[in-house]
Design a protein around this ligand. Structure first.
Ligand code: PLP
Length: 412
């Protein structure tokens, strides 16, 4: 006998990332030799959680009001402007009047609001087959469902054909489409789309929505500022959103957790773009309602912190320099990991940059158990093993591939 309502009986946090991450953290506390490559946070080469000095500086100059007073539900005008300037950068003027921002608790809040307001009960979102698993839980919480498109084609590129096939299937079955693209530095693979792939996606959305079918692109940009191609490339891809027709709309999920390493502060935003004014007004109205009903308002401290870092000239410049250093650290770790993988014959899924490298594996749970005995903690998921290179120093990126290969071979 349970007191839970029917839909809640099956609720169980299936994301082993948090659970296995907590186990690894506990083991590491007891034994510094443990390698904890589980949770998606950035650690420095001394294995300490990395914090941006510019963000700390901004925190120290916030007033009592800026830190502790209630914020407004959608966030202040200053916060909205700051986020727009950061997200659109050199294209700010093109987008400032056709976009809107809604503050949310992390990128997760942005995903939750977007699913809630652009899919009806029982509708399916279109997700990549390799994905951050929490999308599924957020959808379940919203009484919604999902189907998946194959992320990769046979050449290891973005699978435009399968995406189109799935979009057309959903157009037929539910008359609206909400597709999630997590780019660049996709979690868990580290794949980043090319400019040509982005252009093809935008053309596809315009073609499919030309008859009035609503198409929402939910661009999960959690890791955008860690793209090794840098700001100019990622923002040039965003500039393509100007070309979307009136029945299509993009909502970007911005994550202060990742861009500013503010994981526990819980601050993010939905950033909507549409050439149709009505879509922007509807976005503001519905998402303000959802935010007020779910979390009332987002952390004022987080919003003011982000606003300061993004708009104070000195802080912004030093933050950008620090970000560049973080990107370079990640590139060095990734290069070392991939080089050693090649040497020992460990296969990885298509990778470009970011926090994670993913390894195909037939028996990931067994490989996980084998590795834990060797004091190595990574994440088994589906038919892959995910290694969080953002959380381990260079020396471990060099050591790990051979040990993982050994584990996979021993547990086949
Ligand atoms: C792909 C992806 N999207 C969104 C998020 C949400 O992060 P947060 O809610 O902390 O901004 C994460 C966090 O790990 C993620 O990996």
């Amino acid at each position: 006998m349970t007191l839970l309502a029917k839909r809640s009986i099956v609720k169980e946090d299936k994301s082993n990332i948090i659970t296995l991450g907590a186990i690894a953290k506990e083991q590491k506390k007891k034994d510094p030799e443990v390698i904890n490559a589980t949770i998606g946070m950035l650690y420095d080469e001394d294995e300490k959680l990395f914090a941006y000095k510019s963000v700390d500086k901004a925190l120290n100059i916030l007033t009592t009001d800026e830190k502790y007073a209630y914020g407004s539900t959608p966030g202040s005008k200053d916060f909205h402007e700051a986020v727009k300037q950061w997200v659109f950068r050199q294209y700010y003027n093109d987008f400032k009047d056709i976009s809107a921002v809604m503050a949310t608790p992390g990128g997760t809040g942005a995903l939750s609001n977007t699913f809630a307001n652009y899919l009806d009960e029982g509708d399916k979102a279109l997700l990549p087959n390799y994905m951050w698993g929490n999308y599924k839980q957020v959808l379940y919480e919203n009484h919604q469902d999902f189907m998946t498109y194959k992320l990769f084609n046979d050449n290891g590129g973005f699978n435009l054909d399968d995406l189109k096939k799935c979009m057309l299937e959903l157009k037929e079955s539910q008359g609206r489409i909400l597709v999630v693209i997590n780019d660049p530095c996709h979690n868990p693979t580290g794949y980043s789309m090319t400019e040509a792939e982005w252009i093809a996606v935008i053309n596809m959305i315009n073609e499919i929505s030309a008859d009035g079918t609503p198409v929402i692109l939910l661009h999960d940009m959690a890791y955008i500022d860690y793209s090794k191609a840098g700001f100019d490339f990622t923002r040039k891809n965003i500039s393509l959103y100007k070309k979307l027709n009136d029945n299509a709309m993009v909502i970007m999920a911005f994550s202060g957790s990742k861009t500013l390493a503010l994981y526990g502060v819980r601050l993010g935003a939905q950033v909507a773009v549409s050439n149709n004014k009505q879509n922007i007004e509807d976005f503001n109205k519905a998402n303000k309602f959802s935010s007020r009903s779910k979390w009332s308002n987002s952390t004022n401290l987080g919003m003011n912190l982000v606003t300061k870092v993004f708009t104070n000239k000195e802080l912004k410049e030093s933050f950008e320099k620090e970000l560049e250093d973080s990107r370079n650290t990640l590139i060095k770790r990734a290069n070392a990991f991939l080089e050693e993988s090649k040497k020992c014959g460990l296969k990885t899924l298509p990778f470009d940059c970011g926090f994670f490298v993913t390894i195909p594996c037939d028996n990931p749970e067994a490989a996980y158990d084998y590795l834990v005995k060797k004091k190595i903690h990574i994440i088994p998921m589906g038919k892959v093993l995910r290694v969080t290179i953002s959380a381990i120093p260079l020396k471990d990126c060099i050591r790990l591939p051979k040990l993982i290969k050994e584990a996979i071979d021993a547990t086949k």
